[in-house]
Design a protein around this ligand. Structure first.
Ligand code: NAD
Length: 473
């Protein structure tokens, strides 16, 4: 029987209700003292969660690579099967993003997150013997995840960390805890189905700053991967532990006079509106060279369903979106029509993005909004465009995009902006393997320099040396 919209809604409601009910239970034990009954990997107490992940890691570390890969294959299968439920839960719980794009993101995680094939060995052999560099596990990794891609990050992090021989303790964003719990449970179900241990990833029912602190200070957590805004990355990098910092961005899309302007407009809107602009890599503003700026705006409005906001509408949007000078979380990840409705504009049904022209200092341009509002800054020439784009990226060194056919211009921009990601002539999401080459990740280590994380990022390098033997050349 085909699953229809009503049935999926009913499943999501039932799952959320069930998770909520179980979260309030007083405590049936299933192996660990504070574990929540009926769900795998969910604990009341952070210390108990860490203990469980430690026990699981003892099993994982002696598994063959083949066994690890079997678990990962099962996780991929579970993600495909649950992509729609996870997408709907994410939107319903956080109020952010859109279901269609979130479904695509989950399939992307399942298909393109590297597994054990990313764990490789480097070898030197010669007269004095054989030396290998092997990638070994850290043990139990602590991971902090955002509400913008909640289950995507949990799933993607676990695949990579597990492929590296680790287990994971998550402190997810409290606003996305039920969606994260659902993802953690289905990962552990996959592990059990493949003959692996329970608790390959764990969390607590009620993550708080306190549980995060317990995790960060715990003697058995040697590495913490933080995916989120500047606050969390700074906290992790101050913890005294090794930290992988995947922080905020404000990616500019630069368009010069050599670009295919019509295609640039289309690519920029497609990237900017994906999951209502939630991805940290998504186009957050445009910097256009003056000679093509009007043409670009023309294509944005006439061919790409953009709404051109008047000065009064920009002011009204600023007042709502940056209420009291602070980013209004109720606007983050909302679609363009909802945002326009908040300022009393009843926009046509096809509207996907709000555009306007303004100076780089405009609050809707300089702030990382994470919603489909795209301000365009005019530059007098290419050098001026580069200077303004670098200013707008705020030194995050995260992501930037360019539409140009001039290789010298592209090179100059790449060197000046120095970001972990630079997409040329395509939508931003091609950087994570969606319509572009390469693997997928939802943790882009901009601050600490690992770049796009994968299984190998979560391993220690070990040098194994045999002197004067095993070279058989
Ligand atoms: P957020 O910073 O509000 O929260 C992220 C996580 O950090 C949550 O789990 C939150 O509970 C926790 N947290 C926040 N402050 C903390 C502190 N002081 N100590 C410990 N934990 C703390 O971010 P968000 O709204 O969930 O996500 C959006 C932000 O994350 C944006 O800035 C976006 O660019 C960034 N982001 C970056 C990446 C990346 O790969 N670089 C990926 C996704 C999101």
């Amino acid at each position: 029987m085909p699953i229809n919209e009503t049935m999926v809604q009913e499943i999501v409601q039932a799952v959320l209700k069930n998770l909520d009910a179980q979260g309030q239970m007083s405590g049936e034990n299933t192996g660990f003292a504070g574990k929540t009954a009926g769900k795998h990997g969910i604990f009341r107490d952070m210390n108990e969660a860490i203990e469980a992940a430690k026990s699981a890691q003892k099993i994982v570390r002696v598994m063959s690579m083949d066994q690890r890969e079997k678990i990962i294959s099962c996780i991929r299968k579970n993600i495909h099967e649950n992509a729609e439920v996870l997408a709907r839960m994410g939107v319903e719980e956080t109020g952010m993003g859109n279901v269609g794009d979130k479904i695509l993101k989950h399939h992307l995680v399942a298909d393109k997150t590297p597994g054990t094939e990313d764990i490789t060995t480097t070898a030197w052999s010669g007269d004095r013997g054989l030396t290998l560099i092997e990638m070994g596990p850290f043990g139990v990794i602590g991971a902090i995840t955002p509400c913008t891609n909640p289950s995507e990050t949990v799933l993607c992090n676990t695949i990579g960390m597990l492929a590296g021989g680790n287990t994971v303790v998550f402190n997810p964003h409290p606003q996305a805890i039920q969606t994260s719990i659902y993802a953690i449970n289905l990962i552990n179900e996959a592990s059990l189905e493949a003959g692996g241990p329970d608790n390959v990833c764990v969390t607590v029912e009620k993550p708080t700053l306190e549980t995060s602190n317990v995790m960060m200070k715990h003697k058995d957590i040697p590495l913490i991967a933080a995916t989120g805004g500047p606050g969390v990355v700074t906290a992790v990098l101050s913890s005294g532990k090794r930290g992988i910092g995947a922080g905020a961005g404000n990616p500019p899309a630069l368009v010069d006079e050599t670009a295919d302007i019509r295609k640039a407009a289309q690519d920029i809107v497609n990237g900017c509106t994906f999951d209502n602009n939630l991805p940290c890599i998504a186009e957050k503003e445009i910097v256009a060279v003056s000679t093509i700026a009007d043409e670009l705006m023309h294509y944005l409005v006439t061919e790409n369903d953009c709404y051109l906001a008047s000065k009064e509408e920009q002011d009204a949007l600023t007042a709502v979106v940056l209420e009291g000078g602070k980013l209004n979380r109720k606007c983050v990840g909302r679609d363009a029509r909802t945002l326009l409705a908040m300022i009393g504009v009843d926009a046509p049904a096809n509207i996907r993005c709000i555009v306007f022209e303004g100076p780089k200092e405009h609050p809707l341009i300089t702030t990382e909004l994470m919603m489909p509002i795209l301000g365009m800054v005019r530059a007098k020439d290419f050098d001026d465009a580069v200077e303004q784009a670098v200013w707008l990226e705020h030194g995050n060194r995260h992501s930037a995009h360019i539409h140009s056919k001039n290789v010298d211009n592209i090179t100059k921009y790449a060197k000046a902006i120095d970001t972990a990601i630079l997409v040329k002539n395509g939508p931003s999401y091609s950087a994570i393997g969606f319509g572009g080459e390469g693997f997928c990740t939802f943790t882009i280590a901009s601050r600490t320099g690992e770049g796009l994380t994968s299984a190998s990022t979560f391993t220690k390098r070990r040098r194994c040396v045999m002197t004067d033997s095993l070279c058989i050349r």
